[in-house]
Design a protein around this ligand. Structure first.
Ligand code: SF4
Length: 451
């Protein structure tokens, strides 16, 4: 333990937004339990590493992170939780110094288990993941970050051929309706103005007769909550009513759709067991753009999956380039034991795309994505846009528009502290990472006060 009376704890997150949301819940609970939560990298008495197993690289990164923590904090209690704990507990247990390994079912109770103290051998808690809907005990009276993740769902029943998530996170299940809204109200009461809805397959949300459309409508009525963002949603699960909410400027749901494509080639989509064809995806995008003209459309693409030829990949590049995407997140295919794709590869090694080829394809698509992102941001130059301001950096004010233009603004000192304010910014130029401009008005504040 540290010399200070309060033990110090630190939480590190690998992987998705859902993990980030869960890690934030843990940080809040740790504070409530009397720990001082310190940033990752500072000495700590308790380290919790929330892991990811989406690729082999993710597994390796988890192991490296665990080792680094133990090396820097040899006397600390080291707990490893999350998807890699669920799937790779044996490999984690081989790392000297690990005290506790908790799978996904029990990950949020890691603090209680950590109280047991260090032991000779790591304790492994890996229960069968329940298929039941769930509620989360949250801590409502602590200051939160100004843009908060709100976990509403977990698990997936789609079983795409390359994906280990249904095994690692279990069946699709939803967070209890009242429990979800109660946390959203607490977040808003603590000053949070934007929530990002997180889950594995959010479009399947269903609790006590309420679907996702009902949920965003209920969130829309919460005082102080200006923006609701859906982190990512499967193409076949988006209700048209959701698009209409995005199109309504008075509704809190922002015009942002991250719609995983995975491939722009039908044979590959079929092998992946995705639930749509390229033409169906394109038709949906056209409808979404028709209903929501200001929409930011982003996507995920998986390259080098089994059986993806150079011609298939070219189709994906062409489709990505032709469609109105603002960006894509590109992932190289990675073999995950237990998936249909790996079984297929065993039977037919010729379908395996070499790792170097996967990397070259990733690099090419990332270049296309950067060009798209540049064009998307450039389309707003000369306009005045509204951003929600985040933490200042070097005297400038960063923030996102509702439709996800990344803005960095300068402001006259007379505007004062702009953190967590909605401000209007005139966009003047592009830098590598931002559309840059000048604050012209704080929304809801008389213009004269700013002069
Ligand atoms: S929809 Fe497919 S890719 Fe997404 S979590 Fe479910 S199985 Fe995995």
């Amino acid at each position: 333990m540290s010399l200070s009376s309060q033990p110090r704890a630190t939480v590190h997150t690998l992987g998705c937004r859902l993990n980030q949301a869960e890690s934030q819940l843990l940080r809040d609970r740790l504070e409530r339990e009397g720990y001082t939560v310190v940033p990752w990298g500072q000495p700590a008495d308790l380290g919790i590493i929330n892991t990811c197993t989406v690729t082999r690289e993710a597994d390796a990164k988890c192991r490296k992170t665990i080792r680094q923590f133990i090396q820097r904090n040899p006397h600390a209690f080291t707990a490893v939780i999350g998807c890699y704990s669920q799937m790779g507990a044996k490999a984690i247990a081989e790392i000297e110094g690990v005290d506790l390994i908790v799978g996904n079912q029990d990950k949020l109770s890691v603090i209680e288990h950590a109280r047991l103290g260090k032991s000779e051998r790591p304790v492994i808690l890996r229960e069968r993941i329940s298929a039941a809907d769930f509620a989360i005990t949250f801590v409502g009276d602590l200051p939160s970050t100004l843009r908060a993740n709100l976990k509403i769902q977990d698990g997936c029943d789609f079983y795409c051929s390359f994906c280990i998530i249904p095994t690692a996170r279990g069946r699709a299940r939803s967070r209890d309706w009242e429990n979800t809204l109660a946390e959203a109200r607490e977040l808003a009461a603590n000053g949070v103005r934007e929530v990002v809805l997180t889950g594995v397959n959010i479009g399947t949300y269903h609790s006590q007769g309420h679907d996702l459309v009902a949920l965003v409508d209920a969130l829309d009525t919460i005082e102080g909550l200006d923006r609701v963002r859906i982190s990512s949603i499967e193409p076949t699960t988006v209700e048209l009513a959701l698009l209409d909410r995005m199109a309504d400027p008075a509704h809190a749901l922002v015009p942002y759709l991250h719609l995983p494509l995975q491939s722009g080639s039908d044979p590959v989509l079929q092998r992946m067991r995705r639930k749509y064809s390229v033409a169906e995806y394109a038709a949906f995008v056209a409808e979404a753009r028709r209903r929501v003209p200001d929409l930011c459309l982003g996507t995920d693409i998986l390259v080098g999956s089994d059986g993806e030829t150079a011609a298939h990949f070219q189709e994906t590049c062409d489709f990505f380039w032709q469609q109105p995407f603002a960006y894509c997140h590109v992932f190289p295919y990675s073999e995950r034991e237990g998936t249909l794709a790996v079984k297929r590869q065993r039977n037919d090694p010729a379908c395996v795309v070499p790792v170097e080829e996967r990397q070259q394809r990733v690099a090419r698509l990332r270049r296309l994505s950067a060009a798209k992102r540049h064009d998307y941001d450039a389309g707003y130059l000369g306009e005045t846009v509204e951003i929600l301001v985040e933490q200042p950096r070097d005297g400038l004010w960063p923030g996102y528009t509702a439709n996800y233009v990344r803005v960095l603004a300068q402001a006259d000192a007379s505007f004062g502290d702009l953190r967590n304010q909605l401000v209007r910014v005139r966009l003047e130029r592009l830098s590598a990472d931002f559309a840059e401009g000048t604050v012209v008005e704080v929304v809801g504040r008389p213009v004269a006060a700013a002069v």
